[in-house]
Ligand binder design. Sequence first.
Ligand code: CA
Length: 428
Amino acid sequence: MSPNDPGLRSFIPVAPDSDFPIQNLPYGIFSTEANPQRRAGVAIGDFILDLSVMEEAGLVRPAGEGQTVFGESGLNAFMALGPDVWRATRARISELLRSDAPTLRDNEALRRVALAPRAGATMHMPFAVLAFTDFFSSKQHASNAGKIIRGEASQLAPNWLTMPIGYNSRASTVVVSGTPVRRPLGQRKPRNLDQPVFGPSANLDCELEMGVVLGGRSAMGEMITEAEAEKMIFGFTLLNDWSARDIQAWEYAPLGPFLAKAFATTISPWIVTAEALEPFRVEGPAQDPAPFPYLRQGARRNYDISLEILLKTPAMSEYTRVSRTNFKYMYWSSVQQLMHHGCTGCAMNVGDLLGSGTVSGNERSELGSFLEMSWGGSTPLELPNGEKRAFLEDGDSLEFRGYAQGDGYRVGFGEAEGAIVRAHELPV
Ligand code: CA
């Protein structure tokens, strides 16, 4: 039976609106108070199945006899084993968690050590990020950003429709959900001044994106085919590409984004496998002009994944939703981004992270950044408690959520959360 079968049930109870039914089985790195060692686990309902325990017990053996990968503090070694091992391992974990499988269900001693409540666990970075590339592949976002920055008459740059535009960002500051984000200091040039100033960013923003985690590699000098790209993608996370718009506006000419985006990028702790998202593939938007042959991809390029931005200001007791959009709107797909990344012979590696680009839809309620929601700061958002926000203030907390809705279950991502901490004092 396929581990994606909607009829599968686990002996562990899972609420219909849980992100983590047996059809999902996302991988993460966790620790507990009882065992502070970082190790790999799979989320199931309100629990984490400790894969290091299952591996030690010989019940899951991705690396073969005598070899272990799940006791490590990142998933890189597991990911490097390749798609055949990913599939076999997920099928085996699914088999062990099924309601009709007695091995774990009826072994109380094993259950006690192998299942940790998620509520008491600390989540860590799920993998060591080797390199981070960020794309710009929502036509709506690219078009909105152009109009806000360069005026209503602005058109998409002439290259935008012929290739997925991206830039090499920083792996060193990719952090896991829950890590505070300090407001960056930097150079900006306010409109009313002739000279730039150095100080805290006044236009701190988020970008709602999906992260693609690579579990495969390509050799320097070699292109990446569609089939190879599909096999290299291990899974997906939520991704917040925190952005300082005022620093960005002053620094971006002529080489593009640099420090305005290098101070923090937050990802959700669970990597949802590409295999678990397979049932949620959908057609992408029509591409005109037709992509070059090296960028062509077959049907169902995109994924139907509902995405939300929630905000909590210091005056609020609960999060309020400020945006709801969908990953299916993206013009360029993750596979096309990867094929493009390889077209000049750039080598890709296990542990590389690709950001999809901000996901915006056509409606005012479907925008993936405050830059767009407040239209460059000119129309601040009105929050339910009467507060207004053009950009993020100190003490604000943002949470991204996302899920694909199945028939009676959802394949979800958990959260990517970060709270804004006030900037450092200026050096004298
Ligand atoms: Ca971005």
